[in-house]
Design a binder for this molecule. Structure first.
Ligand code: FES
Ligand SMILES: [Fe+2]
Length: 340
């Protein structure tokens, strides 16, 4: 499947964009990112118009970038403002500057045509809320982004791939419900488990002993934004009538599934929790455990990419009930890319 270009993509976490020149390829476009003195995040094409030298390997002069090869100098809007050896600056001396929106501690870019609608960017308020503490990271994936979409929309794989971390037998045994909001282009997948085993990931972090009710409510905003609202409570504890839920533990897991190239992906992940806010041990545990889980997926998906590259054309996979979320996601993605 093609990559949908006229879409917003997460290009970086806010803290990654600063003084330095950050190189990152998004949807096949090499970008250089940095932050101006006034605090604005900037994303320019990472290719000098002169002889293609990467601007990310160049130097800053205030808010400008001075190409490290022959000194073409660029302003944050991409315009070349100085060239060596002459005062006349060619009219075409400019690199593309990409539209950037920074919110919820995420830096989003629009690499498509025209101007993106910033109001269309999905939100993740937990990432900056004082009521939550977040751990996060990003892993490189040597596989196409569709494989990660498939993976995250079908959490039954937790039972097999993530046993001992977040997987228990009941995840794969419990049926899901799938809903698609066609107008908004959002896929919802829900798995509500009652009176089940508590996996180590949640037993250690919440301190719950004994059996739990475990909810996994997925919200996928194609192409790149994935939220997993996870609720863990001692068995039988229900939310109150107006949504108050003080005895439950809430974990907002999220991913940004961002194509780097056709066959490689940036796997941004985070885990935000509304409990043990001051407990550094819990933060460390959730960071390390989730990273391990992400790397288990990365390892599996890297293998799948190789399998796909080697298989004969026209190979047909087989889908069952657990795949309704992933199939719904593919349909929305196909619409976004104009693919059939
Ligand atoms: S390649 Fe950038 S100035 Fe020559
Ligand atoms: Fe996984």
């Amino acid at each position: 499947m093609a990559i949908a270009r006229n879409q917003w993509y997460v290009a970086a976490y806010s803290e990654e964009v600063g003084e330095g020149l950050l190189a990152r390829t998004i949807c096949g476009e090499p970008l250089v990112m940095y932050r101006t003195g006034a605090g604005e995040a900037v994303a320019l094409a990472d290719r000098c118009v002169h002889r293609r030298f990467p601007l990310s390997r160049s130097n800053r002069d205030g808010d400008r970038i001075v190409c490290g090869y022959h000194g073409f100098t660029y302003a944050p809007d991409g315009a070349c403002v100085a060239v060596p050896g002459q005062t006349r600056i060619p009219r075409t001396a400019r690199v593309p500057a990409y539209q950037v929106v920074e919110q919820d501690s995420l830096v989003w870019v629009w690499i498509g045509d025209g101007t993106g609608d910033a109001a269309a960017i999905p939100r993740a308020p937990w990432l900056t809320s004082p009521d939550y503490v977040t751990v996060r990271g990003m892993e490189p994936l040597a596989a196409r982004y569709e494989l990660l979409v498939d993976n995250l929309l079908d959490l039954s794989h937790e039972t097999y791939l993530h046993a001992g971390y977040i997987g228990t037998p009941e995840v794969a045994q419990t049926p899901i419900t799938t809903e698609v909001d066609d107008e908004a282009g959002i896929v919802y997948v829900s798995r509500r488990m009652k009176d089940v085993e508590c996996p180590p990931f949640y037993a250690t972090s919440t301190g719950i002993e004994g059996r739990i009710d475990r909810w996994q409510d997925i919200e996928y905003h194609p192409p790149c934004f994935y939220l997993l609202h996870s609720r863990i409570a001692p068995t039988g504890v229900e939310p109150g009538p107006d949504g108050d839920d003080p005895r439950a533990f809430h974990v907002e897991v999220g991913y940004a599934i961002v194509p780097e190239t056709d066959t490689t992906t940036h796997d941004f992940w985070w885990v935000a929790r509304d409990f043990a806010l001051d407990d550094a041990d819990v933060s460390r545990f959730l960071h390390d455990s989730n990273r391990t889980v992400v790397l288990q997926d990365v390892e599996a998906l890297d293998v799948l990419e190789k399998v796909i590259a080697a298989e004969p054309a026209g190979y047909q996979e087989l889908s069952i009930n657990i795949d309704t979320g992933g199939l719904a996601a593919r349909r929305v993605l196909q619409r976004l890319t104009g693919a059939r």
